[in-house]
Design a protein around this ligand. Structure first.
Ligand SMILES: [Zn+2]
Length: 913
């Protein structure tokens, strides 16, 4: 699954959270296991499904379906009952018949809604053997992305259209098929559906037969899937169009609503290029005859795309390029999302984690692969510089109390849902990057190929991967991997005074722990592979810090760059004199190391391990001609500091905010002048990304000139389609919405209501919620819960408000909890409120979150609330303790920006760090 990329503002403030309703009582039964006796399960052992024959008749208008499922099962020991997963299903008849023939018997059905199970009891004991379990039942079609669900959108003729899709990860196949809905119970699936004749049905496999029915409908039959986990099954139905191309004999396709196919061309071309690469990289050819990517309107709060085998689902905003609003960032996101989901076709679909404890095997790997593939196929995007941003998003969560190891024990469905977080994705990716750098890319790939071959169609745990990598590399990878995946936290490498003798530099390293909200904590121990170099000397040296200590021996003399290339998952703390030396030579460092040093100094400064102003020393040392990606990072950091001052300003401390904003605007305005509003022919894409970032950040900072110019261009757009370049349109609309007054907001709302393009419409409603004006933000909250924006955008609107007014959004959600729950994916509800609150800097929010958790969440499902509480406490503490150092620095360095562009009121932006 690809995690949702929320608005930049929201994404930067967030971590993740748990689930509301009572979950199944976990059991760790140990008998007749599908994969291993140690596999966690919530079902009794003893029955193993091998094949599902499913006939489905959806009724989209009535939001319900009827179905018949015949499951071939192997009963291991005599029993008189069978328990499987089922949620919100009504059974009319259940029978069990021996596969070899003979009399069957009907079952009595008992449903346990809380445990999400159905138990079938038989009057005659059932002897071991193969059976057909036949179930006739009905179920519901929901409006959020769980189970079989619908997405409504304005169609071409202005009439409302409804399309159907499924979303089964992590545990929602049970909402459409009574099943052993756990990843280790792999089976084959044969699906046929009765649907309206004019609509297109899509599933994992190609269609083998389409038969018209006398009533105007048709029966579509799909080919049987290979053995796979239930959560990978897919079905979609709607007024669709499809385009496809052949790659290595495999049909690669995109499926969109009618009229949108032309916007999927970039995705289709990307998928072809990616499939070719993966067929080579994994050493096992893509095993299905076709691979579709199916677009759906709207959005989920928790994911943008899902790796169903042979039929990826992607929300339109991450698949379609609409020239009216798509940015350079969107284009990259489409590629990255496809690369991620396609990596899962092997890592996740062909080879699947045994249980959710090892979810990171899926997600860490797919995230790492998406970055690798982007760097390989689009070197012009400079995506490798994004490695630091990935590491930072993991470390932000991993360095405060309440973090967890990459491999964590999961019992319940809710805990599995919470596992889709920064640690699983971003720390997983970062650790893989570090280990690949340690063993070398070739050995890593050899290990991955061996792993694929050994476990195809099977289930694994992390050690299965380490075993193959270690064998390929001949290096002790497993021990390092265990240190980084079985224990939580971030190592801190303290760099000693470099000693240079006879042209060789020796540096002592000591390992501590970067635990920023636990100053007295005894550090955990890690074996840390460290790569370093002398600034300006291309030759790198590697050492393994173990037992808390390590020594680097480097050719040459000069400033030492530790974590050169930034593949290491640790923070680097230099002695003050050495940091000063690096700052002095900052302009000459490689862009990736500039970004890494900026990130480390920012985080270490806010943690009190070096002066908080150190990052501003580096900003000062950054030349105007530095890599645009470095400036993009700097703009983000300044935006983060702005958000901290803004929080203080809400307590009445406006002067400090104005002084900081004036400084930041003074740094960024010359850059904006340099990149301009219009793309220059042939400019690097990193300049386009920087342009987007500068408009967003200067708008947050309240730069009056930029805001006026954005408004002017937006108004001119009515008569001159070239007034705002296409790739900047969404960003400019964002500025106008952010600083809207009541009249402008009303105009924007009318434009949203009249918008017929679903992709643009969703965007417009989200923007209405991004207003800085408190009263308008309140109106946006009210609007979110009306029928006007549509059920799949409401939750996003509330999240947008939370980016600026977390307390207001949280209070509103609590007051409207029942309505909120209708608008959030059922399996992820409990994460949502923690996310809304996470950006708060009000001490009262800690108590509010606690009360919410107490009243609504099982004790095992409070991880995300705990993470939110830790983030809030940390923010309050850091703002009070560290901002004065920034004030001091500004007082000493402020003159250079005095008299710069006027600072506006300055609200909005992200709470970075
Ligand atoms: Zn994924």
């Amino acid at each position: 699954m690809h995690r949702t990329l929320l608005s930049a503002a929201v994404a930067l403030t967030l971590a993740t959270a748990p689930l509301v309703h009572a979950s199944a009582a976990p059991t760790r039964a140990r008998a007749g296991a599908p994969a291993s006796v140690d596999t966690t399960t919530q079902l009794p052992r003893g029955v193993v499904p091998t094949h599902y024959q499913v006939s489905l008749t959806p009724d989209a208008a009535a939001a319900s379906f009827s179905a018949r499922a015949v499951v071939t099962i192997n009963i291991g020991k005599a029993t008189n009952s069978i328990t499987l997963n089922a949620a919100d299903l009504r059974f009319s008849r259940v029978t069990l018949a021996p596969a070899a023939g003979g009399a069957g018997q009907e079952a009595t059905v008992a449903v346990d809604a809380d445990a999400q199970t159905a138990t079938f009891t038989f009057t005659q004991p059932v002897a071991p053997g193969m059976y057909y379990l036949a179930m006739d039942y009905t179920g519901v079609i929901g409006t959020q992305a769980v189970g079989l669900f619908s997405l409504d959108y304005p169609g071409a003729g202005g009439k409302q259209e409804r399309a159907l899709y499924t979303q089964f990860e992590n545990s929602d196949a049970r909402r459409m098929i009574p099943s052993w809905d756990e990843p280790a119970y792999k089976a084959s699936f044969a699906l046929d559906v009765v649907v309206p004749a004019g609509q297109m049905a899509v599933s994992n496999m190609p269609t083998t037969n389409t038969a018209p029915l006398p009533d105007g409908r048709k029966r579509v039959t799909f080919a049987t899937t290979p053995k796979m986990s239930t959560y990978l099954l897919f079905f979609a139905l709607g007024d669709f169009e499809r385009a496809s191309a052949k790659v290595d004999g495999i049909e690669v396709g995109v499926v969109t609503r009618r009229g949108a196919l032309a916007q999927a061309q970039f995705a289709l071309a990307s998928q072809q290029a990616i499939l070719r690469e993966y067929n080579d990289y994994f050493g096992v050819r893509y095993p299905l005859p076709k691979l579709d990517n199916v677009a759906g309107a709207g959005r989920s709060q928790f994911f943008s795309a899902m790796e169903n085998w042979g039929a990826i689902f992607t929300f339109e905003y991450a698949l379609l390029l609409d020239p009216a609003i798509s940015t350079q960032h969107d284009r990259q996101e489409i590629f990255v999302t496809a690369a991620h989901e396609m990596a899962h076709q092997w890592f996740g679909d062909l080879v699947t984690m045994r249980w959710w404890d090892d979810l990171w095997l899926n997600e860490g790997f797919a995230s790492w692969m998406e970055s690798r593939m982007t760097a390989r196929l689009h070197p012009e995007w400079n995506a490798q510089l994004g490695a630091v941003a990935t590491r930072e998003s993991a470390m932000r969560r991993d360095s405060v109390a309440g973090t967890h190891p990459v491999v964590q024990h999961v019992e319940t469905v809710e805990q599995a849902s919470q596992a889709f977080d920064e640690i699983t994705y971003s720390k997983g990716e970062s650790v893989i990057r570090m280990l690949e750098a340690y063993v070398g890319a070739d050995a890593w790939r050899t290990g991955v190929r061996a792993y694929m071959k050994a476990h195809a169609y099977g289930n694994t745990v992390s050690d299965d991967l380490w075993k193959q990598i270690e064998k390929a590399a001949g290096k002790p990878v497993t021990a390092i991997a265990h240190d980084f995946t079985l224990q939580p936290g971030v190592p801190l490498i303290r760099v000693g005074e470099p000693v240079c003798r006879d042209g060789t530099t020796t540096v002592m390293l000591t390992q501590d722990e970067f635990a920023r909200d636990q100053p007295g904590k005894a550090p955990l121990g890690w074996r840390v592979p460290v790569i370093a170099q002398i600034a300006g000397n291309a030759k790198q040296a590697t050492t393994l810090v173990a037992g808390g200590k390590g020594t680097l021996t480097l050719p040459g003399c000069g400033a030492v760059v530790v974590n050169a290339g930034q593949s290491g998952y640790y923070r680097t703390l230099y002695a003050p004199a050495d940091f000063a030396r690096l700052a002095q030579g900052f302009a000459a460092l490689a862009p990736i190391d500039q970004i890494g040093l900026l990130a480390d100094s920012g985080a270490l400064g806010l943690a009190g391990l070096q002066p908080a102003s150190s990052m501003l020393d580096l900003v000062k040392a950054t030349p105007a001609g530095a890599d645009p990606a470095v400036w993009t990072r700097i703009a983000g950091m300044l935006d983060g500091l702005h958000a901290r001052y803004r929080e203080q300003a809400r307590g009445g401390d406006d002067a400090r905010l104005r002084r900081f904003d004036a400084y930041a605007i003074g740094r960024l305005v010359p850059l904006m002048a340099q990149v301009g509003w219009n793309a220059r022919p042939g400019e690097p894409t990193s300049v386009a990304s920087l342009r987007e970032q500068l408009v967003v950040v200067l708008s947050d900072l309240g730069d009056a000139n930029l805001i006026a110019e954005a408004r002017r261009r937006y108004t001119a757009l009515a008569t001159d389609p070239n007034a705002v370049p296409g790739p900047l349109r969404k960003t400019v609309m964002g500025v106008v919405a952010q600083h809207a007054d009541g009249a402008t907001w009303d105009q924007l709302r009318t434009a949203a209501r009249n918008e017929t393009n679903p992709l643009v419409r969703d965007q417009r409603y989200a923007l209405l919620a991004s207003t800085e004006d408190r009263a308008l933000a309140q109106r946006a909250l009210q609007l979110a819960l009306t029928d006007e924006p549509g059920l799949t955008i409401s939750a996003e609107m509330i999240s947008e408000v939370a980016a600026r007014y977390p307390d207001m959004a949280f209070d509103f959600a609590i007051a409207n909890l029942a309505k909120i729950n209708e608008r959030v994916d059922a399996s992820s509800r409990s994460r949502y409120l923690a996310r809304l609150a996470m950006g708060s800097s009000d001490p009262a929010m800690v108590g509010k979150l606690g009360a919410y958790a107490q009243a609504n969440l099982a004790p095992t499902s409070r991880g995300d609330v705990e993470a939110a509480v830790a983030a809030i406490k940390d923010r309050i503490q850091v703002n009070a303790a560290r901002l004065p150092e920034i004030d001091g620095w500004l007082a000493g360095n402020g003159r250079q920006v005095a008299g710069s562009v006027s600072a506006g009121q300055g609200h909005g932006g992200s709470a970075l760090q």
